[in-house]
Structure formats: structure tokens, C-alpha cells
Design a protein around this ligand. Structure first.
Ligand code: 13P
Length: 337
């Protein structure tokens, strides 16, 4: 088995998932300000170090995606952050895109940038301890979007990124996120998400990416956040599996979903149903940002010195997600009597 496939399986196996703690400084500032905490380097490190040193990392978290700032920080005891993550048997990853910018030619859409100088940055990240990476392309849904242009340029960038990452000895997470914003139905989400994912794999194959050493990070198939037609967890699972079967090549070892604005419970319940119904060979798990961190962040913001209390909340969420990654979660586990 190739080294890259081994890394991918180490991250995804046994119900483990990924903690996406790679918010850019701008996004992290929004998250911290929403709970009235000042966003500075120290506070960002305090919160993240609390999460990374939680006991659940060992049993639940196969990989942690970091932002450049965090990869270079040291813990209060002087360890590097990748060393802290490795000490729990987990792997450090790094977000390597430089963000989604206005797409010239279709100004309401975005193109993700960061290919210039990427080969050199990847060497640095590997030497700092990263073993996997992430690049996120974003697509919005409306009558005319995502446009053919946006699908084409973002799929091309994702593929060129993935080829460079494998050349540097790391596993690329391919994240084409079709956003939940809008009033569209789940069927429209299914059609557009499948189209986007298929185009990504056409480009990945053209760029000779070894799919066995990659991880796909897609959105689940859901109605738009402004749609009145809510659907059940079972329907979400059926549509999401239909999308994967229709658009993801069988060599891909695993799928790690983003939460994309779902609540913690919704993201857990949907992942659980997807695994109950999973009739594919893909490992299906989570790569959640908000759906792993939100309650812990709210609790921590009330007393930033309360490490134990914050970890208890994070540990609970990580355990629930890991049960859902095995189809073993149920709602009554959320509030044990
Ligand atoms: P959410 O789970 O909060 O959507 O974040 C995942 C992520 O990494 C988005 O790029």
C-alpha cells in the first residue's frame, strides 16, 4: 500500500474523523467576536490548545487541520503544535489555499487562490510536521450558478493543488463546497453538487493525481437554508449517498463531510444516517469545524481559564461524531440522565 493511502486510512479509520480548526485569522476573529472574545494570537492559541490536548483526540480525531499561524505556534509547555497533536496518535494537516477571491468573468462567484509559490510552501509545511493538506473551492447555487466558468476554474485549481501536495509526500483533502445559502430544493443541491464533484475528478485524473491517496470533503445534500421544504435525516442520507455513488470514483478511500452551517446535532444525526445506509466501500466520516467547536467555544468564552470544562464539552461532541461515523449514534446519548 502506498504511503499516502496509509496516511489517509490512519486519519479516517475506526470511526475517527477530522477536526477542522483551520479558520483563517479573519474567520477566527468573526467566531471569537461572536462570543465577545478579543481575537489575538494568544487567545486563538489558548482555545485551540485546549481542544488539541483533549482526551478525545486520541480515540476520535485522526487528523487536525491547522491554519499557518497555528502550525508555527508552541504550547504553554514549549511543544510544537504538530508534536502535541502527534502525541495523541493524530496527524497535523494544513490549509494551503489563500482564500476565495472574486472571479473575474463572473463577479458574483469566487475562485480559490494560492497556487503561486505552493510547491515551496509545501516543503516548509512538511518540515514543520504536516502530513495532509486542505484546499477549499466554493460554489453557490442559484438559477445561473454555479457557472460553467466557476466549476471549471475551481476544479482545475483543486487538481493542480492536489498534484503538488502528493509530490510533496502529503495527502490532499479535496474540498468542493457547494454552499447551503439560498431557497433551492435538495434535488437541485444533488444535481449541482454531483456536477461539481464529477468535474473535480475529471481534472484530478487529467493531473495524474493518485486518488487512492486523497480524501474528499464535500457538503451533504440538503435543501437551501432559506428553503421551506425541510427533509428528514433519512432523506438527506439517501440523496447524499446517491450523489457519492454517482460522482466519486471507487479508488477514493474516504469521504469526510464538512458541516457547512448545520447545527451540531443536525450534522451528527445526518452523518449517522448516512453511515447506517452506507452501501458503498467508502469510509464516511466528519471533518467538522463549527459542528465540533461551537458549544465548546461558547462555554470557554464565559471563562477562558476553564480548560477542564471546555474539554468536557468538546470531548462529548467528538465522541458523538465518532459514534455517528459508525452509525451508532442516537439522540438519547446527547443528554444522558
Ligand atoms: P464547517 O464544518 O464549519 O463547515 O467547516 C469545515 C471547513 O473546513 C470549511 O472549510
Amino acid at each position: 500500500m502506498s504511503e499516502l493511502r496509509k496516511i489517509a486510512l490512519q486519519i479516517l479509520s475506526k470511526g475517527k474523523g477530522i477536526l477542522a480548526a483551520d479558520e483563517s485569522t479573519a474567520t477566527m476573529t468573526k467566531r471569537l467576536n461572536s462570543v465577545n472574545i478579543k481575537s489575538n494570537e494568544t487567545n486563538r492559541l489558548i482555545f485551540r490548545e485546549i481542544l488539541f490536548s483533549s482526551s478525545s483526540v486520541k480515540e476520535c480525531i485522526g487528523g487536525v487541520i491547522l491554519y499557518d499561524e497555528t502550525l508555527r505556534q508552541k504550547t504553554s509547555s514549549g511543544k510544537t503544535i504538530p508534536d502535541l497533536i502527534n502525541s495523541s496518535g493524530s496527524l497535523a494537516g494544513i490549509k494551503v489555499d489563500t482564500g476565495a477571491k472574486v472571479l473575474a468573468g463572473s463577479k458574483e462567484e469566487k475562485v480559490t487562490e494560492g497556487l503561486d509559490g505552493l510547491r515551496e510552501r509545501l516543503k516548509d509545511y512538511y518540515n514543520l510536521g504536516a502530513r495532509f493538506t486542505k484546499w477549499r473551492g466554493v460554489f453557490s447555487i442559484s438559477d445561473k450558478y454555479p457557472s460553467n466558468l466557476s466549476i471549471s476554474v475551481n476544479a482545475h485549481a483543486l487538481a493542480r493543488y492536489a498534484a503538488l501536495v502528493q509530490e510533496a509526500g502529503m495527502v490532499p483533502i479535496i474540498e468542493p463546497e457547494v454552499l447551503m445559502d439560498g431557497g433551492h430544493s435538495a434535488e437541485v443541491c444533488l444535481k449541482k453538487t454531483s456536477e461539481v464533484i464529477k468535474r473535480c475528478y475529471e481534472e484530478l485524473e487529467l493531473n495524474k493525481v493518485d486518488l487512492k491517496g486523497t480524501i474528499l470533503k464535500p457538503n451533504m445534500i440538503l435543501p437551501g437554508s432559506k428553503s421551506d421544504n425541510k427533509i428528514s435525516n433519512e432523506e438527506t442520507a439517501e440523496l447524499t449517498l446517491r450523489c457519492l455513488k454517482d460522482s466519486v470514483p471507487s479508488e477514493v478511500p474516504g469521504i469526510a463531510f464538512l458541516s457547512g452551517g448545520q447545527t451540531e446535532i443536525e450534522a451528527t444525526a445526518n452523518l449517522n444516517q448516512i453511515n447506517i445506509k452506507n452501501d458503498t466501500n467508502f469510509i464516511i466520516t466528519y471533518s467538522y469545524g463549527r459542528a465540533l467547536q461551537q458549544s465548546a467555544l461558547e462555554f470557554w468564552s464565559k471563562d477562558i481559564s476553564n480548560k477542564v470544562g471546555t474539554q468536557k464539552i468538546f470531548d462529548h461532541r467528538a465522541k458523538m461524531c465518532t459514534l455517528a461515523a459508525q452509525g451508532k449514534w442516537s439522540k438519547n446519548l446527547e443528554n444522558p440522565k
